[in-house]
Write a protein that binds this ligand. Structure first.
Ligand code: ZN
Length: 134
């Protein structure tokens, strides 16, 4: 196995893989390999636990160092997102200058936050006002 990526590198890799998914494309091979290296860095033994609230999937133990376990956990969360029910809702914020990704809570949502939505609406309002003033 190759060395797992550093956290900063993994962040860029997750971003690239998520971006490819949003664009409906296949991620670059190197990004996918790096993602999978993180998944394999500290695999855990999953265990189905049962509490008063019902079933819960937990990880009993992990191999690797603490840092590798963190990287693997991050990659697992990313893989769960990409293969789960929310995958189709993963979106890039439509506000100019914003690089955030988000899970759409409804089909018409285009911005990551109220702040971005308000910024876009304000810019649109000022642009309309400028146009009508001329
Ligand atoms: Zn945004």
């Amino acid at each position: 196995m190759r060395r797992p990526p550093a956290t900063r590198l993994l962040r860029g890799v997750v971003r690239a893989v998520f971006g490819a998914h949003i664009a409906g494309e296949r991620p670059e091979r190197q990004a996918l390999e790096c993602f999978n290296d993180a998944l394999a860095a500290a695999p855990g033994v999953r265990e189905l636990a049962w509490s008063a609230t019902g079933p819960r999937l937990t990880v009993r133990e992990r191999t690797g160092t603490r840092m590798e376990a963190v990287l693997t956990r991050l990659a697992e969360d990313g893989a769960d997102l990409l293969t789960g029910l929310s995958a189709a809702k993963l979106s890039a914020c439509g506000a100019q200058g914003c690089t955030r990704l988000f899970i759409r809570s409804h089909a018409a949502r285009r911005w990551c936050s109220d702040r971005c939505g308000n910024r876009v609406r304000a810019a649109r309002h000022y642009a309309d006002r400028e146009r009508s003033a001329k």
